[in-house]
Design a protein around this ligand. Structure first.
Ligand SMILES: [Fe+2]
Ligand SMILES: [Fe+2]
Length: 298
């Protein structure tokens, strides 16, 4: 199915919180002003070491990952003519740059609470250096897939009362802010890929590599942190069951369905309309303003 031109509204899709159609958002970067202090509990995700370190394990990948994504998209910028997509690329680059910076600050906080994360991050950096040597179209395809993952996980986090309520304000703000911006720019790498290398096979190759890399490294990071906290196997198993069984087992099924969507030939990230919820959550933490409208690209 042919995708509508970038600067046309998408009539069949729901509206966002201020009435604009999805697909026309130009990502706008915000500074979340996060206070990393000793009021944050060690297991800040409702006392669960497993849930906290699943989040932390994924987090450890972000800054190197985000810098990789930025480079992959910028390597194709000169081939893009559409002014809206060019404006979206600028927004994407700024958002990911601020994310990487904020996650570095979070790591400083983790170090002050005693976690040894630099060995793991060094190995991941080495791995990302290898991926950086891959051909530019494949790097872009991996980026588009990784952005589908971050937007999917961000959307699920925003829907989940367990995650967005009753958290320490710093973590709540971090999760809502990052998830929202991931949702705002989720289509940018994908649209650049479609504009420059619209091969389904290439999209699937990137998806496969991104899936294996993301899953493998995020779980390795989670395991490393659980080991440092000396969490025993019995507790890990019980807390893993707890994470998976919430929402009447909807979580794994939803994740699976969202990932299967990506395999559809006519898939587009804006098929999933979670922007209105994201902006509602942003208002809840005082980061309320919705991003600039599509005219910014003109
Ligand atoms: Fe990000
Ligand atoms: Fe992103």
């Amino acid at each position: 199915m042919a995708k509508p031109p970038m600067n046309d509204p998408v009539p069949s899709l729901p509206q966002d919180s201020v009435g604009r159609p999805h697909g026309t958002v130009v990502p706008t970067s915000r500074k979340p002003s996060l206070a990393w202090d000793d009021t944050i509990p060690r297991f800040w995700l409702h006392g669960s070491a497993m849930a906290t370190h699943l989040f932390n394990g994924l987090n450890l990948l972000f800054p190197y990952g985000e810098r990789f994504f930025i480079r992959a998209v910028l390597d194709h910028q000169s081939q893009i003519r559409d002014p809206l997509l060019l404006a979206q690329i600028r927004g994407f680059v700024t958002q990911e740059g601020v994310h990487a910076h904020e996650h570095d600050r979070y790591f400083d906080f983790m170090r002050t609470t005693g976690y040894r994360i630099d060995g793991f991050r060094g190995k991941f950096r080495w791995f990302m250096k290898i991926l950086s040597r891959f051909p530019a179209p494949l790097r872009l395809s991996m980026t588009a897939a990784a952005e589908h993952y971050t937007a999917t996980l961000g959307g699920l986090a925003l829907e989940d009362e367990f995650i967005v309520h009753d958290l320490h304000p710093t973590l709540r703000r971090l999760i809502i802010w990052h998830a929202t911006e991931e949702i705002e720019h989720k289509a940018v790498a994908f649209d650049v890929l479609q504009a420059t290398h619209p091969s389904y096979l290439l999209r699937m190759a990137g998806f496969f590599i991104a899936t294996v890399a993301l899953l493998g490294w995020a779980l390795a990071g989670t395991r490393m942190l659980l080991r440092q906290d000396r969490v025993d196997r019995k507790t890990i198993r019980a807390q893993r069951r707890e994470v998976l069984s919430r929402n009447q087992s909807e979580l794994p099924r939803t994740v699976w369905n969202r990932l299967r969507d990506y395999l559809r030939r006519d898939f587009h990230p804006n098929d999933i309309g979670d922007l209105a919820l994201a902006h509602r959550r942003m208002a809840e933490v005082g980061l309320g303003e919705a991003p600039a409208a599509s005219e910014a690209g003109a």
